[in-house]
Design a protein around this ligand. Sequence first.
Ligand code: FE
Ligand code: FE
Ligand code: ZN
Length: 276
Amino acid sequence: MLKIGCHLSSAGGFTAMGKTAVSIGANVFQFFTRNPRGGAAKAIDPADVESYHALAREAGLSTILAHAPYTINCCAAKEDTRRFALETMADDMKRMEYVPGNLYNFHPGSHVGQGMDRGIEMIAEVLNQILTPEQHTTVLLETMAGKGTEVGSRFEELAAILDKVELSDKMGVCLDTCHVYDAGYDIVNDLDGVLEAFDRIIGLDRLRAIHVNDSKNPFSSHKDRHEKIGQGSLGIDAFERILNHPKLRDLPFYLETPNELPGYAAEIEMLKALYR
Ligand code: FE
Ligand code: FE
Ligand code: ZN
């Protein structure tokens, strides 16, 4: 069965997200661990988590993908900013243990002129401080579009971070279809070739989730503007191939398209219909 869902508001807690997911035909979902601007997260309510687990069992909900606030930067120039990223992620790791066995995705960061190598080092340093042998969460590096000084738009950069992380069995990668296409990986005309490169450089065993987004911009634009599925430069046929690819078809897929809930429900239905 296709594992498909979308990004949801976390305002009402886990049970509310689970109910929303079910109502739009999703069986997985993503949420921000806290306000995207960062700052304090709402305390987790154990009763809510317990009722979520009951609902998840009954409704067949599976992999939750928690997304770190996109404003944190593990390779900022200012030490304060890096410490804020570290503290946010360390706190998120603790909170994720309420829903053990799930995924936590973050944007590697922007090196802001310090250089790609220095950026990669700083990101690995943060990961080496927040990961623990006891944790039950897999932390994912997201593939980026390569706007500005973003780290992680080349598979080599992600591989270099993973190489420097000590507890590397706690790490994986989330592939964002809009981002990789914007970064210059042609998943429309050469999906096999891109996946072969991913396998050679990172290893497909590291690939744990897919962000399924069309792109408002052309191939290799380094822009990162998501479009509704089938209405952007990737096109619906590309998504049919991505969903059904033997190396991808069992992964969880998360929509981050510009939609409200009814739009997401329609896209989920459309993608289910394309899945063989
Ligand atoms: Fe993201
Ligand atoms: Fe994404
Ligand atoms: Zn994006």
